[in-house]
Design a protein around this ligand. Structure first.
Ligand code: ADP
Ligand code: F6P
Length: 319
């Protein structure tokens, strides 16, 4: 039976990761496991950056954003020789199993480590909500609240000045943050990977809005797909809207995790311990229809992207 379990956070940080830590560390120590944190994601495995922790390690941090055990991206981890160093270091320390909190890329690292003898369980930690095997990723709810709060503020000032604003929203090409925020803030337009920019339609509607006396226009745009400055120039050229661009950026990723994030973080953390205790590894965990499930990581990564047709229809139906 597994005795020593490590836990690391990898990829972009996400509010709620510290709650997962608390859930896992407490559930693990209560079961008699020795719990270790690994600093700096996979890099900590290579650099022997482990720390044995007691039950109370996360007590004063679980409600903070970010990740107290740091995170990193380590592209070299794709190299089997680099992973061999990680496995040797873990074995030297006697750590037999790992919880990896991160996104798709981190899951792949977790699967490969499992194949090399270290049982790993992946937990979905990313603000992007871009993991097909779960309805919800840790960090998404808080990031969405951050986006909504920012948009409310931008809208107020746009309205005072009778302006139009293009707001760029993070999400690594996944539409969810843009789509959910567009619905939640009653945005006028959105452009995402599924909703391409249609210049003619946009200009026609913007001119109509101006004619009808509308005092602000909010256009939400997913990052990494569109050139917002170009779209702004196009709008200025073809309408009388005074148009600005605002990039939300890292403001989305920081901040204290929402109640839902903390709640689910605890659930994920405890569940990962249960799986490892049963000798299950090479899997990732998702919440589907509000129930915890686990999937083989290769199967999870092969799932098609979530279908958001119903949400786009909702956006259109309330326009
Ligand atoms: P995320 O986990 O948020 O998707 P990344 O795609 O940046 O973020 O992946 C995080 C880390 O996972 C990478 O920096 C790398 O260390 C590891 N990783 C990604 N892909 C692989 C892979 N194919 N094999 C092994 N490790 C990987
Ligand atoms: O995956 C989370 C995320 O914040 C994405 O939304 C964004 O594209 C990316 O990370 C930014 O990464 P970095 O922290 O390297 O700038």
């Amino acid at each position: 039976m597994v005795k020593k379990i490590g836990i690391l956070t990898s990829g972009g940080d996400a509010p709620g990761m510290n709650s997962v830590l608390l859930g896992a560390i407490r559930a693990g120590t209560n079961l008699g496991k020795e719990m270790y944190v690994v600093y700096d994601g996979y890099r900590g495995l290579i650099e022997n950056h482990f720390e044995k922790v007691d039950k109370h390690f996360a007590d004063n941090f679980y409600y903070h954003g970010g990740t107290i055990i740091k995170t990193a991206r380590l592209p070299e981890f794709k190299d089997v020789e680099v992973r061999k160093i990680a496995v040797q270091n873990l074995q030297k320390e006697g750590i037999e199993a790992l919880i990896v909190i991160g996104g798709d890329g981190s899951y792949m690292g977790a699967k490969k480590l499992t194949e090399m003898g270290i049982n790993c369980v992946g937990l979905p930690g990313t603000i992007d909500n871009d993991i097909a095997s779960t309805d919800y990723t840790i960090g998404f709810d808080t990031a969405l609240n951050n986006v909504v709060e920012a948009i409310d503020k931008i809208k107020e000032t746009m309205s005072s000045h009778n302006r139009c604003c293009l707001v760029e929203i993070m999400g690594n090409r996944c539409p969810d943050l843009t789509l959910y925020a567009a619905i939640a803030t009653n945005a006028d337009f959105m452009f995402t990977i599924d909703r391409p920019f249609d210049g003619e339609k946009l200009i026609k509607e913007l001119n109509e809005m101006k004619k009808n006396g509308k005092d602000n226009v909010m256009i939400l745009v997913s990052e990494k797909i569109f050139d917002l400055e170009k779209i702004a120039s196009y709008i200025r050229l073809n309408t009388t809207w005074d148009t600005r661009v605002d990039i939300l950026g890292y403001i989305q990723r920081g901040g204290s995790p929402s109640g839902m994030e903390r709640f689910n973080g605890m659930r994920f953390g405890r569940y990962a311990i249960e799986l490892l205790d049963q000798g299950i590894g090479g899997v990732c965990v998702g919440i589907v229809d509000n129930k915890l499930h686990y999937y083989d990581i290769y199967d999870a990564l092969a799932l098609p992207r979530k279908n958001n047709d119903e949400l786009y229809k909702l956006f259109d139906d309330i326009k």
